[in-house]
Design a protein around this ligand. Structure first.
Ligand code: THU
Length: 126
């Protein structure tokens, strides 16, 4: 259910290592066969070496055998309705499609749901 993706994203955000931006981001992704993975962002004192919560969650999915992302929730402690960055849109595209649903959240729940096709039109793929 989408509400459990929301609560898993909130829980994941509490594990964020984000001492520089203080943007504690959590993501929960769901695969076509019903598996769910979560992730947080992990920053680094050498700023460009940090990575996003989406990347952590996708890494967990890949290590567990891969899959297709059908749905995901994104939550940030400091920004309602945070959307995945450009690089993560491309990463989601690698394992999803234009119909992949991305739930934009606040602490209380899902505020808006958009598709990857809306966030990343004419995605690069081959
Ligand atoms: N961040 C994410 O983890 N996911 C997003 O969807 C947007 C941004 C992180 C990266 C960085 O650690 C912090 O938020 C501020 O940009």
């Amino acid at each position: 259910m989408s509400s459990s993706l929301h609560s898993l994203a909130v829980t994941a955000s509490k594990k964020a290592h984000a001492p520089y931006s203080r943007f504690n981001v959590g993501v929960a992704i769901k695969t076509g066969d019903g598996r769910i993975y979560s992730g947080c962002n992990i920053e680094n004192a050498s700023y460009p070496e940090g990575w996003c919560a989406e990347t952590t969650a996708i890494g967990h999915m890949v290590m567990d055998g891969g899959g297709t992302i059908t749905e995901m929730a994104v939550f940030c402690s400091r920004m309602d309705k945070i959307t995945p960055c450009g690089g993560c849109r491309q990463r989601i595209s690698e394992f999803g499609n234009s119909d992949t649903v991305i739930h934009l959240c606040d602490a209380n729940g899902i505020l808006e749901s958009v598709t990857l096709g809306e966030l990343l039109p004419r995605a690069f793929d081959f």
